[in-house]
Ligand binder design. Structure first.
Ligand SMILES: Cc1cc2nc3c(=O)[nH]c(=O)nc-3n(C[C@H](O)[C@H](O)[C@H](O)COP(=O)(O)O)c2cc1C
Length: 173
């Protein structure tokens, strides 16, 4: 069994399954979610996390589409297979187009229309607390509370999403 700290957030893009992590880790576990165009896939993952003892859903709200990652385009970036999507969609379906395969995958799967109504949708399918990851303004922090989020994670996704995103330390203030 992996030795774990007291709290972990399992990435949506993890190469280990929700079930494997649950059975090998005693930490309090949160599950990080992206909203797919195909809501059934996101809902299935939420249910799996819930039934395996994950205590909260971390909805990443700063990635309705992937930022333009020029190094990924140059290097024809391929992400490792997402173990949790096995059986839900093809996970090793790498096309031969030039450029970032990760960007193409994100474009095909992520819902670019992600908005506050999706927090409502998520609340309707789970009783777990929902944290919104990727909030960088006070205005959005207030909206998050109004939308029923249990908490926020102030983050700019490591500045990988929007060029000129504010540093999180200044957003925090
Ligand atoms: C290689 C890599 C993969 C990442 N994958 C995810 C991911 O699957 N989900 C997510 O919400 N954020 C992901 N992130 C962003 C990180 O969770 C985090 O936001 C970033 O490292 C910046 O840290 P901060 O949020 O504490 O400022 C990834 C970052 C890197 C560098």
């Amino acid at each position: 069994a992996a030795s774990c700290n007291t709290l972990m957030v399992l990435s949506f893009s993890a190469s280990c399954k929700i079930e494997e992590v649950a059975s090998s880790c005693n930490a309090i576990r949160f599950y990080q979610l992206y909203v797919f165009k195909n809501r059934d896939i996101s809902a299935t993952l939420v249910r799996r996390a819930e039934s395996h003892g994950f205590k909260a859903i971390v909805l990443t709200v700063d990635t309705p589409m992937l930022g333009r990652r020029e190094a990924d385009i140059r290097n024809k970036m391929v992400a490792p297979a997402n173990a949790n999507l096995e059986g839900l969609m093809p996970i090793d379906d790498l096309d031969t187009a030039d450029g970032s395969k990760l960007e193409k995958y994100a474009r095909d799967t992520l819902d670019p229309s992600l908005s506050w109504k999706d927090v409502e949708w998520l609340k309707s399918i789970t009783s777990l607390p929902i944290l919104l990851k990727g909030i960088v303004t006070a205005e959005d922090a207030r909206k998050a509370v109004e939308a029923g989020a249990a908490g926020i994670i102030v983050s700019n996704h490591g500045a990988r999403q929007l060029d000129y995103a504010p540093a999180t330390i200044s957003a925090l203030e």
